[in-house]
Design a protein around this ligand. Structure first.
Ligand SMILES: [Zn+2]
Length: 334
């Protein structure tokens, strides 16, 4: 399994000079994986040093609890705002009241967090007890690896400052756009006091376009948890405060996700039952402090850590296009 979005060679030359060569590598890599790995829907396999230091017990004896996370928001859509709809449904639903989540926000997105409406939604997220964390602080959804390094570091400082101004405290967590990271970006995160987390399960809802629906949402999540199950049963997942946190990723700007939020919550409960994985009395996290404590046990500190993201292969082509265009837009600071 390919470890990371790490198919571009590290190069001593500038991003601009290396761009044609990088595209060639991108093309060759894509061809190679399409012929050698036609599909990959496995859940992440981590060999994580921070996990190794976490409480190690036979996790089969411990119930799981879902740690919900949302990327790319907030949305500022007016007629049907998916972020607000999700906030309402986390607070009020038939499964568990007042569920809290991590929102990996884009604080300066020109069509989201960078607007007054976006800022007020992030404030609402925080005031309702959710945890805000860093995703981007550029105008678009730029890969941290392919941003100009100076702009990358500046974007981290900007985003941290934005989040401090909303929450009063520095964010502790970052999730890299496109799940893309390397030694250099991890290093810069660390210098800025951020720790990176990825995910265990994903709704595979990050690509908003037509058709914006997921007929396989139940079977996708079932198979991802099924793949993760041996690690849970063999005691390879950290136990935090008596439960095994299972990180789930959604995208709150996705209106389909928002409209089906309650169904997704039900699916998560159902698939745990179907797979014989005991759920905690509260199947979902419900305090910011517990979420942060659990997430900090799941950080990735080594760029060599092997992680397979469930939607990695299916989204690769799209991500590649977005990465190339974001590099084009931001590598020169324009
Ligand atoms: Zn994202």
């Amino acid at each position: 399994m390919f470890p990371r979005f790490d198919f571009l060679p590290s190069s001593p030359v500038s991003h601009d000079a290396a761009r044609p060569l990088k595209r060639l590598y991108q093309g060759l890599f894509l061809l190679a994986i399409f012929f050698s790995q036609p599909s990959c829907t496995t859940a992440p396999l981590t060999s994580n040093p921070s996990e190794a230091s976490a409480e190690r017990k036979h996790t089969a004896n411990y119930p799981i609890r879902y740690l919900l996370s949302f990327d790319d928001g907030p949305s500022i859509k007016e007629e049907f705002n998916p972020t607000l709809f999700i906030l309402d449904h986390l607070a009020h639903n038939s499964l568990q009241p007042d569920i809290k989540a991590i929102f990996f926000v884009q604080t300066r997105a020109s069509n989201g967090g960078g607007t007054p409406q976006g800022r007020s939604i992030m404030q609402r997220e925080y005031h309702e007890g959710h945890l805000l964390a860093f995703h981007t602080a550029t105008q678009g959804h730029s890969s941290h690896r392919y941003l100009n390094p100076v702009l990358f570091e500046q974007s981290l400082r900007d985003g941290i400052q934005d989040l401090v101004s909303i929450t009063g405290t520095r964010p502790a967590l970052v999730r890299p756009p496109f799940w893309s990271y390397d030694e250099r970006t991890l290093d810069v995160y660390t210098k800025q006091g951020l720790q990176m987390i990825l995910t265990d399960l994903t709704a595979i809802d990050g690509k908003i376009g037509w058709p914006n629906f997921s007929l396989r949402r139940r079977s996708n999540l079932f198979h991802q948890l099924e793949n993760l199950r041996p690690r849970i049963m063999n005691g390879q997942m950290p136990v935090v405060d008596g439960v095994v946190p299972i990180i789930v990723t959604f995208h709150d700007p996705n209106t389909y996700t928002a409209r089906h939020m309650e169904e997704y919550l039900q699916i998560l409960v159902d698939i745990a039952n179907e797979l014989g994985l005991p759920l905690a009395e509260k199947p979902f996290y419900d305090t910011r402090e517990d979420i942060e404590q659990a997430a900090l046990q799941r950080t990735i500190v080594d760029a060599k850590t092997i992680v397979a993201i469930p939607d990695f292969w299916t989204s690769l082509g799209q991500d590649l296009k977005q990465m190339i265009s974001s590099q084009r837009a931001y590598s020169t600071g324009k």
